[in-house]
Design a protein around this ligand. Structure first.
Ligand code: GLY
Length: 401
């Protein structure tokens, strides 16, 4: 009897003091828009599919000339197309998308052995990772584990990082984007029991916290380390406006990356880092009211600078995870910022009209401004993270019921 009373008491106090789930008044109009977006995106991807050469991966499209750019499987974006197809298939149950995703996975599989890129996380986890979540299969797990091993070969213990870009032997270049490749390593440790993947991910994230960020929590794009000693040789920004500027997508990769780090480790320092990055982005005087950032927060021609819708998609998706880990006041700020982004990306300014944009969903992204490549175009990763963010918003809504 005493034991039963104690159990009852513990249960009652747990109910009383347990953290209340985040209560949010979900925007029903946005939810309807999201459902419409999934149907429209399904149709757009069938158009893209029709125009895709049999052995190629979509890269981008120029509306002015009607020209597509395609890539081989070794391009860093080769996993986004099948990942988007699988995520859309989950929403629309359109088997055409699923069959196309399986076709692309077959073309992509050989990249599991690619040790010349740090982008295997993007390439293999956004594709095979989603395939395994959709239809758990031992062969997908094997492909992902092999990919994680390939990625790990680029880790240098003297630096404490995975090498991003191959360069001269005296350089060891690490870019903030690399934070996005770590999720696959956490997955690999969970599935294989081999903690070396986990340790590499944590070491890389710690070194990056130390060296990539400025006092205001904006990040450099590239840090060049001495490969023997790990000493920092240079801090630069290759895809942004200048070395000291805040390239918009780089900030979004950091936000998403440290959110994943907190999810996977529960180490509070990663949560603090993600919150600081979110604050840099959301409180930035150069963030427009629609929250679709200029391609660089310090672009010289603001307010006429081009926007980068891909940075907005990534930010929305990251915020729709990060809100789960913070107090109600911050959660409200994150979810309402993500809502603003999703509403604006769903508007005719950013969401392409049916049958246009070569079949891509989102328009007005900037890939590499200094190179003058992929400027004001659709990009596969803008679509991928837009779809992911919408799914996360639906999950938030479902959790409110
Ligand atoms: N380097 C990956 C990107 O352009 O974001």
């Amino acid at each position: 009897m005493k034991k039963q009373l104690l159990a009852l008491f513990l249960c009652a106090t747990h109910l009383l003091f347990a953290q209340k789930p985040f209560a949010y008044k979900v925007d029903k109009t946005l939810l309807k828009t999201i459902e419409r977006n999934f149907i429209d995106a399904d149709n757009q991807y069938k158009l893209l599919m029709k125009n895709l050469p049999a052995d190629k991966f979509p890269k981008t499209y120029a509306s002015a000339t009607g020209q597509y750019e395609f890539s081989s499987s070794s391009w860093w974006c080769s996993g986004f197309y099948s990942g988007t197809l699988l995520n859309l298939f989950q929403q629309t149950k359109d088997s055409t998308l699923y069959k196309e995703a399986l076709r692309m996975l077959t073309l992509l599989e050989k990249e599991k052995l690619n040790t010349r890129t740090h982008d295997l996380g993007f390439m293999m986890y956004c594709s095979f990772g989603n395939a395994d979540k959709t239809f758990s299969k031992p062969e997908y797990k094997q492909i992902l584990l092999t990919s994680a091993k390939s990625l790990s070969t680029r880790f240098n213990p003297a630096v404490g990082c995975i090498k991003s870009w191959d360069s001269k032997p005296s350089d060891f270049l690490v870019i903030i984007d690399n934070m996005m490749n770590l999720e696959m390593l956490f997955w690999a440790t969970k599935v294989s029991g081999d903690s070396s993947f986990y340790k590499i991910a944590v070491t890389h994230a710690n070194t990056t916290i130390q060296n990539h960020f400025r006092n205001d929590y904006s990040s450099y794009h590239v840090v060049n380390y001495n490969p023997q000693t790990g000493a920092v040789q240079q801090k630069k920004t290759a895809q942004g406006f200048s070395d000291e500027s805040a390239w918009a997508r780089g900030q979004a990769w950091g936000l998403y990356g440290y959110t994943v780090m907190y999810r996977e480790t529960k180490d509070k320092k990663y949560l603090e880092q993600a919150n600081h990055i979110a604050s840099f982005i959301l409180n930035n005087k150069n963030l427009p009211v629609d929250k679709i950032p200029y391609w660089d927060f310090n672009a010289p021609d603001i307010p006429d600078a081009l926007r980068d819708a891909s940075a907005a998609s990534i930010t929305a998706s990251a915020l729709l995870e990060l809100y789960k880990y913070v107090d109600a006041k911050m959660a409200l700020q994150y979810v309402s910022a993500a809502e603003t982004i999703l509403k604006n990306l769903s508007s005719s300014t950013y969401k392409a009209a049916q049958g246009t944009n070569g079949g891509f969903i989102i328009q007005h992204c900037v890939g590499h401004m200094p190179n003058k490549t992929e400027v004001d175009v659709p990009l596969t990763y803008a679509d991928y993270y837009f779809v992911e963010a919408m799914i996360r918003y639906k999950q938030l809504a479902a959790a409110q019921k």
